[in-house]
Design a protein around this ligand. Structure first.
Ligand code: UGA
Length: 455
């Protein structure tokens, strides 16, 4: 099929490259000329494992352009994958979505076009997009006979494992009010649903993975599924963090507790990793948008609200732990292991590292950080923050009064802690991700505080 993707961020690019890999002719459209010219020279503007390799395999079926007419003129399916960032009142900024819909209305020309909202959009946006497209289409194309419909196909991709989440998805959800649009999308995803494609060597198919579940719904339900899924994952993490705080007080171990409850199949063991909580571009934005949608209908959403409060409390709690140990933070040197909001990405959006660094700097501490991938981006995006950057993870320990494990990059587990203890001013490590080998660090002579475990 001929597919256009509007927006070449994480979601748009992953979707575009994957659909080209599955055999479709895909044109990706973006207003950012520098992004498009980088992509045309084979460079990927984001860090996502294996995206470059998959793009090479699919290159002959992929085009990148800034010209809406080139992308949309022949497309049978158009994915809108533009950003919907939060506005100060918690609602989503829909200006990119609006201009994408208007471009589709101006330039679509295939006999029947399915327009798919891939961006996380407020409930009811499908109908809004339909009216925007229709208005624009009527105005510019009075005599053409193109017909179109709007569908919602939310994404459930995790940054850092977006490609395996796409190719080996738990489910594909499609919401539309017309059976024909659902069928078009079922056909589009057929190789993925039936797993008939040859798995790339760098993304092998998981053992016994045979098919992907396809769920079709009405438009609104698909839109709400996306918010409900993210809010539920967010509250699962916040729940374990709330229990972790109590666990510290009663002398229990949050890792055993998570295992103990996660073995109950009704609960499940995923998203029960305690620590500094969630960050990233999705959970914060989507929980806020869900609450704001509830408010529009006069409905409080106290559970989602509490998940947010507990999450952001974790960051403040970590600074209080440091203050409790060091007494005075002014003039103290604190090392941060990790800056990205989670490992395997260079994404810094709503990263706990930034908020923790800001709180420490406000209290007069010096902050030295290292991240294997995200440092370049941090230097650019956080240029207003007085952070110092270390060349190697080991360097954040030099003369440090404490080192905080902020992002669980695997390499931080195997640092030479025995040697690092002797370069620190105070041998204190706070494990904000419950991921270091406490016994090893303690044998190395370090004092280790683990969120969720009593010291
Ligand atoms: C999340 C969802 O997992 C995706 O399904 C969804 O498509 C995406 O948002 C989105 O809406 O675009 P992502 O933000 O990439 O994906 O990251 P996750 O892997 O879900 O992690 C989110 C945050 O929760 C991270 O900061 C992670 O460190 C934290 N987390 C996760 C925990 O603290 N504990 C856990 O047990 C799991």
């Amino acid at each position: 099929m001929k597919v256009a993707i509007i927006g070449t961020g994480y979601v748009g690019l992953t979707t575009g490259v994957s659909l080209a890999f599955l055999g479709h002719d895909v044109t990706c459209l973006d207003v950012d000329e520098s992004k498009i010219s980088a992509l045309n020279s084979g460079l990927i503007p984001i860090y996502e494992p294996h995206l470059d390799e998959l793009m090479k395999l699919a290159r002959h079926r992929l085009k990148f352009t800034t010209q809406a007419s080139d992308a949309l003129g022949a497309a049978q399916v158009v994915f809108i994958a533009v950003g919907t960032p939060s506005l100060p009142d918690g609602k989503s900024n829909l200006s990119y979505l609006k201009s994408a819909a208007q471009s589709v209305g101006q330039f679509m020309a295939a006999p029947h076009v399915v327009i798919v909202n891939k961006s996380t959009v407020p409930i009811g946006s499908g109908n809004w997009v339909e009216s925007l497209v229709r208005d624009e289409y009527r105005e510019k194309n009075i005599r053409k006979s193109s017909e179109f419909s709007v569908a919602s196909n939310p994404e459930f991709l995790r940054e850092g494992s977006a490609l395996s989440d796409m190719l080996y998805a738990d489910r594909v959800v499609v919401g539309a009010d017309h059976a024909a649009s659902i069928q078009v999308l079922r056909d589009l995803y057929q190789p993925l649903l039936e797993q008939t494609f040859d798995a790339p060597s760098f993304l092998p198919r998981p053992e016994n993975f045979k098919a992907v579940h396809f769920l079709s719904t009405d438009l609104q339900s698909a839109e709400l599924i996306k918010y409900a899924a993210n809010a539920f994952l967010a509250l699962k993490v916040s729940f374990i963090n709330e229990v972790a705080e109590l666990s510290e007080k009663v002398g229990a171990d949050i890792v055993s507790i998570a295992r103990g409850i996660g073995l109950d199949a009704r609960i499940g063991n995923r998203f029960l990793q305690a620590g500094l909580g969630w960050g990233g571009s999705c959970f914060g934005k989507d929980t806020l948008a869900l609450i704001s949608t509830g408010q529009e209908y006069g409905l409080n959403m106290p559970i989602t609200q509490a998940a947010r409060e507990v999450n952001f409390r974790q960051r403040r709690r970590l600074v209080e732990i440091l203050a409790g140990e060091l007494k005075i933070l002014k003039g103290k040197r604190i090392g941060l292991l990790g800056l990205a909001f989670k490992p395997n990405t260079d994404d810094l959006r709503d990263s706990p590292a930034l908020e923790i660094a800001r709180m420490l700097l406000d209290r007069g501490a010096q902050v030295v950080a290292f991240d294997p991938i995200a440092m370049k981006r941090a230097q650019k995006e956080w240029s207003d923050v007085d952070l110092r950057y270390a060349d190697r993870a080991e360097d954040v320990f030099v003369e440090a009064d404490a080192v905080v494990h902020v992002t669980e990059w695997p390499e931080f587990r195997t640092l030479p802690y025995e040697a690092l203890k002797s370069v620190m001013r105070v041998p204190l490590v706070v494990d904000g991700r419950v991921g270091l080998d406490r016994d090893r660090l303690v044998s190395a002579g370090l004092k280790v505080i683990v969120l969720g475990k009593s010291s």
